[in-house]
Design a protein around this ligand. Sequence first.
Ligand code: NAG
Ligand code: NAG
Ligand code: NAG
Ligand code: NAG
Ligand code: NAG
Ligand code: NAG
Ligand code: NAG
Ligand code: ZN
Length: 449
Amino acid sequence: MWSKSFLLFFICNITFILASLCLDRPDPLRLDYLERVSCPMVKENKTYSNSRRNTNMFNLTFTCGITDISLCEKVKNAFESAEQILSDAIMFNQFVNINATFTNICVAYGACTSISSGIETQVIGGAGPSRVMMLKDDDGVYRFYPQSLVKQLGNKVHPKYSDYDINAIFNSEGVSYWFKGDGNIKSDQIDLEMVILHELVHGLGFLTSLNDYMHDIPQGLTPYVVGIINNSGSNYHFIEATFDKYMSVVPTGQNVSDIIKQMDVFNNIQYSNQDNFTTTFLSSPQYNLATDLFSKATKSNSLTILSGDDTIFLETSLTPFNSKSSISHFSSKKYTNTSDFLMRFSIERGKTLQQYVKMGGNYANGPIGPKLRAFLKSLGYTILDSTSNAQTSISTTISIIELIIWCMLTISLTNIITSCFIEIDIFLYEKNNAFKILKLGSHLIGYSA
Ligand SMILES: *[C@@H]1O[C@H](CO)[C@@H](O)[C@H](O)[C@H]1NC(C)=O
Ligand SMILES: *[C@@H]1O[C@H](CO)[C@@H](O)[C@H](O)[C@H]1NC(C)=O
Ligand SMILES: *[C@@H]1O[C@H](CO)[C@@H](O)[C@H](O)[C@H]1NC(C)=O
Ligand SMILES: *[C@@H]1O[C@H](CO)[C@@H](O)[C@H](O)[C@H]1NC(C)=O
Ligand SMILES: *[C@@H]1O[C@H](CO)[C@@H](O)[C@H](O)[C@H]1NC(C)=O
Ligand SMILES: *[C@@H]1O[C@H](CO)[C@@H](O)[C@H](O)[C@H]1NC(C)=O
Ligand SMILES: *[C@@H]1O[C@H](CO)[C@@H](O)[C@H](O)[C@H]1NC(C)=O
Ligand SMILES: [Zn+2]
Protein backbone atom coordinates (compact mmCIF):
# COMPACT_ATOMS: atom_id res chain seq x y z
CA MET A 1 0.00 0.00 0.00
CA TRP A 2 2.82 2.39 0.79
CA SER A 3 5.67 0.90 -1.10
CA LYS A 4 7.74 3.97 -0.60
CA SER A 5 9.07 3.47 2.89
CA PHE A 6 9.86 6.19 5.34
CA LEU A 7 13.01 7.89 5.93
CA LEU A 8 13.46 5.87 9.01
CA PHE A 9 16.24 5.55 11.49
CA PHE A 10 16.43 3.48 14.55
CA ILE A 11 17.98 4.90 17.59
CA CYS A 12 17.81 4.05 21.20
CA ASN A 13 18.96 5.70 24.32
CA ILE A 14 20.33 2.80 26.28
CA THR A 15 24.09 2.92 25.93
CA PHE A 16 25.97 6.12 26.25
CA ILE A 17 27.67 7.40 23.22
CA LEU A 18 27.69 11.15 22.92
CA ALA A 19 26.57 11.66 19.41
CA SER A 20 24.12 13.35 17.18
CA LEU A 21 22.07 11.74 14.50
CA CYS A 22 23.84 12.44 11.22
CA LEU A 23 22.97 11.48 7.71
CA ASP A 24 25.38 11.37 4.83
CA ARG A 25 24.75 11.32 1.17
CA PRO A 26 27.92 10.01 -0.42
CA ASP A 27 26.73 10.08 -4.01
CA PRO A 28 25.24 13.33 -5.35
CA LEU A 29 23.59 11.44 -8.17
CA ARG A 30 21.69 8.92 -6.07
CA LEU A 31 18.77 10.80 -4.68
CA ASP A 32 17.54 7.83 -2.72
CA TYR A 33 20.66 6.81 -0.89
CA LEU A 34 21.42 8.07 2.57
CA GLU A 35 23.65 6.61 5.19
CA ARG A 36 23.15 7.09 8.87
CA VAL A 37 26.62 7.69 10.16
CA SER A 38 28.12 7.81 13.56
CA CYS A 39 28.94 11.39 14.43
CA PRO A 40 30.13 11.56 18.01
CA MET A 41 30.47 14.92 19.65
CA VAL A 42 34.00 16.22 19.29
CA LYS A 43 35.76 19.12 20.88
CA GLU A 44 37.40 21.64 18.63
CA ASN A 45 40.86 22.99 19.52
CA LYS A 46 41.10 25.63 16.86
CA THR A 47 39.91 29.14 17.29
CA TYR A 48 38.58 30.65 14.15
CA SER A 49 39.04 34.25 13.39
CA ASN A 50 36.20 35.52 11.28
CA SER A 51 35.87 38.54 9.07
CA ARG A 52 38.14 37.36 6.34
CA ARG A 53 36.56 39.66 3.88
CA ASN A 54 37.40 39.29 0.22
CA THR A 55 38.74 35.81 0.83
CA ASN A 56 37.14 32.91 -0.95
CA MET A 57 35.95 30.85 2.02
CA PHE A 58 35.24 27.75 0.01
CA ASN A 59 37.79 24.99 -0.22
CA LEU A 60 37.25 23.34 -3.56
CA THR A 61 38.48 19.87 -4.31
CA PHE A 62 37.92 19.69 -8.02
CA THR A 63 38.21 16.52 -10.07
CA CYS A 64 38.00 16.90 -13.81
CA GLY A 65 37.29 13.63 -15.57
CA ILE A 66 37.78 14.83 -19.13
CA THR A 67 40.81 15.48 -21.31
CA ASP A 68 39.81 18.98 -22.40
CA ILE A 69 42.04 20.88 -19.99
CA SER A 70 40.74 24.26 -21.05
CA LEU A 71 37.10 23.25 -20.36
CA CYS A 72 38.19 21.86 -16.97
CA GLU A 73 39.78 25.17 -16.18
CA LYS A 74 36.63 27.09 -17.16
CA VAL A 75 34.46 24.91 -14.93
CA LYS A 76 36.82 25.33 -12.02
CA ASN A 77 36.79 29.09 -12.57
CA ALA A 78 32.98 29.06 -12.64
CA PHE A 79 33.00 27.29 -9.26
CA GLU A 80 35.47 29.77 -7.85
CA SER A 81 33.50 32.70 -9.15
CA ALA A 82 30.28 31.38 -7.56
CA GLU A 83 32.18 30.72 -4.33
CA GLN A 84 33.48 34.28 -4.32
CA ILE A 85 29.95 35.65 -4.74
CA LEU A 86 28.86 33.70 -1.66
CA SER A 87 31.99 34.65 0.26
CA ASP A 88 31.22 38.30 -0.43
CA ALA A 89 27.64 37.85 0.81
CA ILE A 90 28.21 35.68 3.87
CA MET A 91 30.81 35.94 6.57
CA PHE A 92 32.07 32.39 6.90
CA ASN A 93 34.02 31.61 10.04
CA GLN A 94 35.26 28.35 8.67
CA PHE A 95 35.97 27.05 5.22
CA VAL A 96 33.16 25.29 3.41
CA ASN A 97 34.64 22.21 1.77
CA ILE A 98 33.29 21.19 -1.60
CA ASN A 99 33.95 17.91 -3.36
CA ALA A 100 33.23 18.75 -6.98
CA THR A 101 33.55 16.55 -10.03
CA PHE A 102 33.12 17.43 -13.69
CA THR A 103 32.92 14.35 -15.84
CA ASN A 104 30.93 12.36 -18.35
CA ILE A 105 28.24 11.24 -15.94
CA CYS A 106 26.82 8.72 -18.37
CA VAL A 107 30.11 6.88 -18.72
CA ALA A 108 31.26 7.30 -15.12
CA TYR A 109 27.99 6.82 -13.26
CA GLY A 110 25.57 5.27 -15.73
CA ALA A 111 23.26 8.27 -15.50
CA CYS A 112 22.56 8.59 -19.20
CA THR A 113 20.11 10.27 -21.49
CA SER A 114 16.73 8.66 -21.31
CA ILE A 115 13.51 9.15 -23.21
CA SER A 116 10.22 9.01 -21.40
CA SER A 117 6.88 10.14 -22.83
CA GLY A 118 8.72 11.52 -25.84
CA ILE A 119 10.82 13.78 -23.68
CA GLU A 120 14.52 13.28 -23.75
CA THR A 121 16.11 13.94 -20.42
CA GLN A 122 19.70 14.23 -19.54
CA VAL A 123 21.37 14.53 -16.20
CA ILE A 124 23.32 17.75 -15.94
CA GLY A 125 24.46 17.17 -12.43
CA GLY A 126 23.70 17.45 -8.79
CA ALA A 127 24.88 19.14 -5.63
CA GLY A 128 23.84 19.46 -2.03
CA PRO A 129 24.85 19.10 1.60
CA SER A 130 27.05 16.08 2.29
CA ARG A 131 25.89 15.75 5.88
CA VAL A 132 23.03 16.98 8.04
CA MET A 133 22.98 16.83 11.83
CA MET A 134 20.12 16.69 14.27
CA LEU A 135 20.47 19.45 16.82
CA LYS A 136 18.26 20.99 19.43
CA ASP A 137 17.36 24.50 18.39
CA ASP A 138 16.95 27.49 20.69
CA ASP A 139 13.19 26.96 20.76
CA GLY A 140 13.65 23.42 22.07
CA VAL A 141 12.79 21.77 18.78
CA TYR A 142 15.07 19.21 17.17
CA ARG A 143 15.92 20.04 13.60
CA PHE A 144 18.30 18.74 10.94
CA TYR A 145 21.02 21.29 10.22
CA PRO A 146 23.30 21.24 7.21
CA GLN A 147 26.91 20.80 8.27
CA SER A 148 28.02 24.00 6.55
CA LEU A 149 25.71 25.96 8.86
CA VAL A 150 26.68 24.07 12.02
CA LYS A 151 30.31 24.95 11.25
CA GLN A 152 29.60 28.67 11.14
CA LEU A 153 27.95 28.70 14.57
CA GLY A 154 31.32 28.34 16.17
CA ASN A 155 30.48 25.84 18.91
CA LYS A 156 33.57 24.21 20.30
CA VAL A 157 31.71 20.98 20.81
CA HIS A 158 29.88 19.71 17.79
CA PRO A 159 29.01 16.49 15.98
CA LYS A 160 31.94 15.18 14.00
CA TYR A 161 32.13 16.82 10.61
CA SER A 162 32.50 14.91 7.43
CA ASP A 163 35.41 15.95 5.21
CA TYR A 164 33.13 17.77 2.81
CA ASP A 165 30.20 20.07 3.41
CA ILE A 166 28.88 20.00 -0.11
CA ASN A 167 29.11 17.34 -2.79
CA ALA A 168 28.70 18.42 -6.38
CA ILE A 169 28.91 16.77 -9.76
CA PHE A 170 28.24 18.20 -13.21
CA ASN A 171 28.04 16.53 -16.57
CA SER A 172 30.64 17.27 -19.21
CA GLU A 173 28.53 15.84 -22.02
CA GLY A 174 25.40 16.88 -23.86
CA VAL A 175 25.00 20.36 -22.39
CA SER A 176 26.25 23.58 -23.87
CA TYR A 177 27.67 25.71 -21.11
CA TRP A 178 28.58 29.34 -21.34
CA PHE A 179 31.51 30.72 -19.38
CA LYS A 180 32.80 34.21 -18.72
CA GLY A 181 35.00 35.30 -21.59
CA ASP A 182 33.13 33.18 -24.14
CA GLY A 183 31.59 36.18 -25.90
CA ASN A 184 27.84 36.40 -26.39
CA ILE A 185 25.83 33.60 -24.86
CA LYS A 186 23.92 31.50 -27.39
CA SER A 187 20.20 30.98 -26.99
CA ASP A 188 20.57 27.33 -25.94
CA GLN A 189 23.44 27.86 -23.53
CA ILE A 190 23.48 27.73 -19.76
CA ASP A 191 25.70 29.91 -17.62
CA LEU A 192 27.19 27.17 -15.44
CA GLU A 193 28.23 29.67 -12.78
CA MET A 194 24.58 30.51 -12.14
CA VAL A 195 23.65 26.85 -11.82
CA ILE A 196 26.55 26.27 -9.43
CA LEU A 197 25.57 29.29 -7.35
CA HIS A 198 21.96 28.12 -7.11
CA GLU A 199 23.11 24.67 -6.07
CA LEU A 200 25.55 25.95 -3.46
CA VAL A 201 22.70 27.88 -1.82
CA HIS A 202 20.77 24.60 -1.53
CA GLY A 203 23.96 23.13 -0.10
CA LEU A 204 23.99 25.84 2.57
CA GLY A 205 20.55 24.75 3.77
CA PHE A 206 17.92 26.18 1.46
CA LEU A 207 15.89 22.97 1.58
CA THR A 208 12.66 21.83 3.14
CA SER A 209 12.12 18.46 4.77
CA LEU A 210 8.49 18.36 3.67
CA ASN A 211 7.64 15.53 1.32
CA ASP A 212 5.31 12.57 1.08
CA TYR A 213 7.33 9.71 2.51
CA MET A 214 4.38 7.35 2.56
CA HIS A 215 2.87 7.28 -0.90
CA ASP A 216 4.23 6.96 -4.40
CA ILE A 217 1.90 9.70 -5.56
CA PRO A 218 2.20 12.55 -3.08
CA GLN A 219 -0.93 13.51 -1.18
CA GLY A 220 0.22 14.49 2.28
CA LEU A 221 3.38 16.20 3.48
CA THR A 222 5.37 15.42 6.58
CA PRO A 223 8.88 16.23 7.67
CA TYR A 224 11.39 13.38 7.99
CA VAL A 225 10.18 10.41 9.98
CA VAL A 226 12.58 9.10 12.56
CA GLY A 227 11.93 5.82 14.30
CA ILE A 228 13.25 5.21 17.78
CA ILE A 229 13.42 1.58 18.76
CA ASN A 230 13.58 -0.07 22.14
CA ASN A 231 12.82 -3.52 23.46
CA SER A 232 9.09 -3.05 23.33
CA GLY A 233 8.75 -1.61 19.84
CA SER A 234 9.37 1.68 18.08
CA ASN A 235 8.03 5.13 18.37
CA TYR A 236 8.09 7.68 15.64
CA HIS A 237 9.05 11.33 15.46
CA PHE A 238 8.53 13.90 12.78
CA ILE A 239 11.69 15.98 12.52
CA GLU A 240 11.95 19.02 10.33
CA ALA A 241 14.84 20.81 8.64
CA THR A 242 16.19 24.19 9.73
CA PHE A 243 14.54 25.74 6.69
CA ASP A 244 11.09 24.73 7.93
CA LYS A 245 11.35 26.73 11.13
CA TYR A 246 10.63 29.88 9.15
CA MET A 247 7.80 28.58 7.04
CA SER A 248 4.23 29.68 7.50
CA VAL A 249 0.89 29.21 5.86
CA VAL A 250 -1.06 31.88 4.02
CA PRO A 251 -3.51 33.35 4.90
CA THR A 252 -3.66 32.08 8.50
CA GLY A 253 -0.04 32.88 9.29
CA GLN A 254 0.24 29.63 11.18
CA ASN A 255 3.79 28.36 11.63
CA VAL A 256 4.58 25.14 9.81
CA SER A 257 6.77 24.29 12.78
CA ASP A 258 3.69 24.48 15.01
CA ILE A 259 1.73 22.30 12.60
CA ILE A 260 4.53 19.74 12.74
CA LYS A 261 4.42 19.89 16.51
CA GLN A 262 0.71 19.01 16.36
CA MET A 263 1.51 16.18 13.98
CA ASP A 264 4.23 14.78 16.20
CA VAL A 265 2.05 13.06 18.77
CA PHE A 266 3.04 9.48 18.09
CA ASN A 267 6.34 9.54 19.89
CA ASN A 268 5.10 8.04 23.13
CA ILE A 269 3.28 5.21 21.48
CA GLN A 270 5.03 1.98 20.68
CA TYR A 271 4.41 0.34 17.32
CA SER A 272 5.53 -3.16 16.55
CA ASN A 273 6.38 -2.28 12.99
CA GLN A 274 6.35 0.52 10.46
CA ASP A 275 3.08 -0.50 8.84
CA ASN A 276 1.35 -0.32 12.21
CA PHE A 277 2.51 3.23 12.59
CA THR A 278 1.61 4.14 9.04
CA THR A 279 -1.90 2.73 9.36
CA THR A 280 -2.40 4.65 12.56
CA PHE A 281 -1.04 7.90 11.19
CA LEU A 282 -2.94 7.80 7.91
CA SER A 283 -6.24 7.28 9.68
CA SER A 284 -5.54 9.80 12.43
CA PRO A 285 -6.77 13.40 12.62
CA GLN A 286 -3.09 14.38 12.39
CA TYR A 287 -3.00 13.15 8.83
CA ASN A 288 -5.37 15.97 7.90
CA LEU A 289 -2.56 18.34 8.82
CA ALA A 290 -0.40 16.55 6.26
CA THR A 291 -3.00 16.76 3.51
CA ASP A 292 -3.64 20.41 4.34
CA LEU A 293 0.05 21.11 3.93
CA PHE A 294 0.00 19.26 0.64
CA SER A 295 -2.84 21.38 -0.65
CA LYS A 296 -0.92 24.50 0.36
CA ALA A 297 2.15 23.21 -1.47
CA THR A 298 0.18 22.98 -4.70
CA LYS A 299 -1.65 26.29 -4.50
CA SER A 300 -0.03 29.58 -5.52
CA ASN A 301 1.08 31.95 -2.79
CA SER A 302 0.17 29.61 0.05
CA LEU A 303 3.49 29.06 1.78
CA THR A 304 6.00 31.67 2.81
CA ILE A 305 9.24 31.83 4.67
CA LEU A 306 9.61 34.73 7.02
CA SER A 307 12.87 36.46 7.65
CA GLY A 308 12.60 39.39 9.94
CA ASP A 309 10.02 41.66 8.39
CA ASP A 310 10.50 40.12 4.99
CA THR A 311 8.08 37.60 3.53
CA ILE A 312 9.23 35.29 0.77
CA PHE A 313 6.66 33.36 -1.23
CA LEU A 314 7.74 29.82 -1.98
CA GLU A 315 7.14 27.89 -5.17
CA THR A 316 3.72 26.34 -4.60
CA SER A 317 2.20 26.70 -8.04
CA LEU A 318 3.44 23.41 -9.48
CA THR A 319 0.92 20.68 -10.08
CA PRO A 320 1.54 17.91 -9.68
CA PHE A 321 3.68 18.48 -6.64
CA ASN A 322 7.35 17.92 -7.40
CA SER A 323 9.50 17.27 -4.36
CA LYS A 324 12.57 18.64 -6.13
CA SER A 325 11.04 21.89 -7.33
CA SER A 326 8.10 22.63 -5.04
CA ILE A 327 8.61 24.47 -1.74
CA SER A 328 12.44 24.61 -1.72
CA HIS A 329 12.45 27.53 -4.19
CA PHE A 330 11.32 31.11 -4.49
CA SER A 331 8.03 31.57 -6.33
CA SER A 332 8.72 31.95 -10.06
CA LYS A 333 5.64 34.07 -10.51
CA LYS A 334 6.69 36.54 -7.86
CA TYR A 335 10.42 36.74 -8.36
CA THR A 336 11.07 36.50 -12.10
CA ASN A 337 12.76 39.73 -13.21
CA THR A 338 13.45 40.74 -9.63
CA SER A 339 16.72 40.88 -7.73
CA ASP A 340 15.71 37.57 -6.09
CA PHE A 341 15.65 35.54 -9.30
CA LEU A 342 18.33 33.06 -8.26
CA MET A 343 16.40 30.51 -6.23
CA ARG A 344 13.50 30.03 -8.62
CA PHE A 345 13.19 26.48 -9.86
CA SER A 346 13.43 27.52 -13.47
CA ILE A 347 15.21 30.03 -15.63
CA GLU A 348 15.41 30.72 -19.33
CA ARG A 349 18.43 29.62 -21.25
CA GLY A 350 20.52 32.05 -23.20
CA LYS A 351 21.09 34.54 -20.39
CA THR A 352 24.14 35.00 -18.26
CA LEU A 353 24.13 35.50 -14.53
CA GLN A 354 25.10 39.12 -15.06
CA GLN A 355 22.21 39.61 -17.49
CA TYR A 356 19.88 38.22 -14.85
CA VAL A 357 21.22 40.64 -12.28
CA LYS A 358 20.60 43.44 -14.75
CA MET A 359 17.05 42.24 -15.52
CA GLY A 360 16.44 42.16 -11.78
CA GLY A 361 17.30 45.84 -11.49
CA ASN A 362 21.06 45.73 -10.91
CA TYR A 363 20.92 45.00 -7.20
CA ALA A 364 24.03 46.46 -5.61
CA ASN A 365 24.91 43.25 -3.77
CA GLY A 366 24.73 41.15 -6.93
CA PRO A 367 23.01 37.82 -7.55
CA ILE A 368 22.24 37.02 -3.90
CA GLY A 369 19.10 39.12 -3.70
CA PRO A 370 17.84 41.06 -0.67
CA LYS A 371 15.22 38.48 0.32
CA LEU A 372 17.61 35.58 -0.02
CA ARG A 373 20.16 37.48 2.06
CA ALA A 374 17.54 38.13 4.72
CA PHE A 375 16.62 34.47 4.79
CA LEU A 376 20.23 33.23 4.97
CA LYS A 377 20.57 35.58 7.92
CA SER A 378 17.55 33.98 9.58
CA LEU A 379 19.08 30.56 9.04
CA GLY A 380 22.07 31.70 11.06
CA TYR A 381 24.60 32.96 8.56
CA THR A 382 26.18 36.34 9.06
CA ILE A 383 25.43 38.50 6.07
CA LEU A 384 27.85 41.02 4.65
CA ASP A 385 26.95 44.12 2.74
CA SER A 386 29.39 44.42 -0.12
CA THR A 387 28.50 48.06 -0.58
CA SER A 388 29.68 48.97 2.90
CA ASN A 389 31.89 47.51 5.56
CA ALA A 390 29.01 46.69 7.85
CA GLN A 391 27.85 43.21 8.55
CA THR A 392 24.14 42.91 8.91
CA SER A 393 23.90 40.21 11.51
CA ILE A 394 25.79 38.00 13.86
CA SER A 395 24.85 34.34 13.93
CA THR A 396 22.98 33.57 17.07
CA THR A 397 20.31 31.25 15.80
CA ILE A 398 21.31 28.29 17.88
CA SER A 399 22.38 29.26 21.33
CA ILE A 400 23.19 25.79 22.55
CA ILE A 401 23.92 22.61 20.80
CA GLU A 402 22.56 20.17 23.24
CA LEU A 403 24.39 16.94 23.55
CA ILE A 404 22.18 14.11 22.59
CA ILE A 405 22.75 10.70 24.03
CA TRP A 406 21.92 8.09 21.50
CA CYS A 407 22.82 4.51 21.19
CA MET A 408 23.49 3.69 17.62
CA LEU A 409 22.01 0.36 16.74
CA THR A 410 23.70 -1.21 13.82
CA ILE A 411 20.94 -2.21 11.51
CA SER A 412 20.75 -2.61 7.82
CA LEU A 413 19.40 0.44 6.15
CA THR A 414 18.51 -1.49 3.06
CA ASN A 415 14.89 -0.97 2.35
CA ILE A 416 14.48 1.60 5.02
CA ILE A 417 15.43 4.75 3.24
CA THR A 418 14.05 5.34 -0.18
CA SER A 419 13.37 9.02 0.07
CA CYS A 420 16.07 11.51 0.45
CA PHE A 421 15.86 14.66 2.36
CA ILE A 422 19.27 15.92 1.55
CA GLU A 423 18.04 17.38 -1.63
CA ILE A 424 21.03 17.04 -3.81
CA ASP A 425 19.72 18.35 -7.01
CA ILE A 426 19.62 16.45 -10.22
CA PHE A 427 19.47 18.33 -13.45
CA LEU A 428 17.66 16.89 -16.35
CA TYR A 429 17.67 18.12 -19.83
CA GLU A 430 14.40 17.97 -21.70
CA LYS A 431 15.02 18.22 -25.35
CA ASN A 432 11.45 18.31 -26.57
CA ASN A 433 9.82 20.56 -24.06
CA ALA A 434 7.49 23.03 -25.70
CA PHE A 435 8.64 25.86 -23.47
CA LYS A 436 11.93 27.58 -23.43
CA ILE A 437 12.59 26.92 -19.82
CA LEU A 438 15.56 25.92 -17.82
CA LYS A 439 14.60 24.45 -14.53
CA LEU A 440 17.28 24.73 -11.95
CA GLY A 441 18.31 22.36 -9.28
CA SER A 442 17.16 18.78 -9.21
CA HIS A 443 14.80 19.79 -11.87
CA LEU A 444 14.13 19.43 -15.49
CA ILE A 445 15.90 21.59 -17.93
CA GLY A 446 14.11 21.97 -21.17
CA TYR A 447 13.99 24.14 -24.22
CA SER A 448 12.18 24.24 -27.49
CA ALA A 449 14.24 22.81 -30.27
C1 NAG B 1 43.07 18.81 20.45
O1 NAG B 1 44.25 18.91 21.20
C2 NAG B 1 44.59 17.73 21.92
C3 NAG B 1 45.79 18.00 22.79
O2 NAG B 1 46.53 19.06 22.30
C4 NAG B 1 44.84 16.59 20.92
O3 NAG B 1 45.17 15.40 21.61
C5 NAG B 1 43.59 16.39 20.09
O4 NAG B 1 43.82 15.42 19.11
C6 NAG B 1 43.17 17.69 19.41
N1 NAG B 1 41.89 17.48 18.79
C7 NAG B 1 41.68 17.84 17.54
C8 NAG B 1 40.27 17.61 17.02
O5 NAG B 1 42.49 18.34 16.82
C1 NAG C 1 40.53 21.67 2.08
O1 NAG C 1 40.12 20.39 1.63
C2 NAG C 1 41.15 19.43 1.67
C3 NAG C 1 40.63 18.15 1.07
O2 NAG C 1 39.51 17.69 1.79
C4 NAG C 1 41.60 19.22 3.13
O3 NAG C 1 42.67 18.32 3.17
C5 NAG C 1 42.05 20.55 3.69
O4 NAG C 1 42.34 20.39 5.06
C6 NAG C 1 40.95 21.57 3.53
N1 NAG C 1 41.42 22.86 4.00
C7 NAG C 1 40.76 23.56 4.93
C8 NAG C 1 41.34 24.88 5.27
O5 NAG C 1 39.74 23.15 5.45
C1 NAG D 1 34.03 13.14 -4.28
O1 NAG D 1 32.94 13.04 -5.18
C2 NAG D 1 33.07 12.01 -6.13
C3 NAG D 1 31.92 12.11 -7.08
O2 NAG D 1 30.70 12.12 -6.39
C4 NAG D 1 33.17 10.67 -5.43
O3 NAG D 1 33.36 9.64 -6.39
C5 NAG D 1 34.33 10.69 -4.46
O4 NAG D 1 34.36 9.50 -3.73
C6 NAG D 1 34.20 11.85 -3.51
N1 NAG D 1 35.38 11.91 -2.68
C7 NAG D 1 35.32 11.85 -1.37
C8 NAG D 1 36.62 11.87 -0.67
O5 NAG D 1 34.25 11.78 -0.77
C1 NAG E 1 10.17 1.99 25.26
O1 NAG E 1 9.82 3.35 25.00
C2 NAG E 1 8.53 3.68 25.47
C3 NAG E 1 8.19 5.08 24.99
O2 NAG E 1 9.27 5.94 25.08
C4 NAG E 1 8.48 3.55 26.98
O3 NAG E 1 7.20 3.88 27.45
C5 NAG E 1 8.82 2.12 27.33
O4 NAG E 1 8.89 2.00 28.73
C6 NAG E 1 10.15 1.71 26.73
N1 NAG E 1 10.35 0.29 26.99
C7 NAG E 1 11.52 -0.19 27.33
C8 NAG E 1 11.58 -1.67 27.51
O5 NAG E 1 12.49 0.52 27.52
C1 NAG F 1 6.00 31.58 14.48
O1 NAG F 1 7.27 31.35 15.03
C2 NAG F 1 7.97 32.52 15.35
C3 NAG F 1 9.35 32.13 15.78
O2 NAG F 1 9.32 31.07 16.67
C4 NAG F 1 7.22 33.29 16.42
O3 NAG F 1 7.90 34.46 16.72
C5 NAG F 1 5.87 33.63 15.89
O4 NAG F 1 5.11 34.25 16.90
C6 NAG F 1 5.16 32.38 15.44
N1 NAG F 1 3.94 32.75 14.79
C7 NAG F 1 2.79 32.15 15.05
C8 NAG F 1 1.63 32.62 14.25
O5 NAG F 1 2.70 31.24 15.84
C1 NAG G 1 0.46 -4.50 13.01
O1 NAG G 1 1.03 -5.06 11.85
C2 NAG G 1 0.83 -6.46 11.77
C3 NAG G 1 1.60 -6.96 10.55
O2 NAG G 1 1.99 -5.95 9.69
C4 NAG G 1 -0.66 -6.76 11.67
O3 NAG G 1 -0.86 -8.13 11.61
C5 NAG G 1 -1.34 -6.18 12.88
O4 NAG G 1 -2.73 -6.33 12.77
C6 NAG G 1 -1.03 -4.72 13.04
N1 NAG G 1 -1.59 -4.23 14.28
C7 NAG G 1 -2.22 -3.10 14.37
C8 NAG G 1 -2.73 -2.72 15.73
O5 NAG G 1 -2.42 -2.38 13.41
C1 NAG H 1 11.27 39.55 -17.81
O1 NAG H 1 12.03 40.50 -18.53
C2 NAG H 1 12.32 40.08 -19.85
C3 NAG H 1 13.26 41.08 -20.49
O2 NAG H 1 13.19 42.33 -19.91
C4 NAG H 1 11.01 39.95 -20.62
O3 NAG H 1 11.27 39.51 -21.95
C5 NAG H 1 10.14 38.93 -19.91
O4 NAG H 1 8.88 38.84 -20.55
C6 NAG H 1 9.93 39.30 -18.47
N1 NAG H 1 9.24 38.21 -17.82
C7 NAG H 1 8.27 38.41 -16.95
C8 NAG H 1 7.61 37.20 -16.41
O5 NAG H 1 7.92 39.52 -16.59
ZN1 ZN I 1 17.00 24.25 -6.91
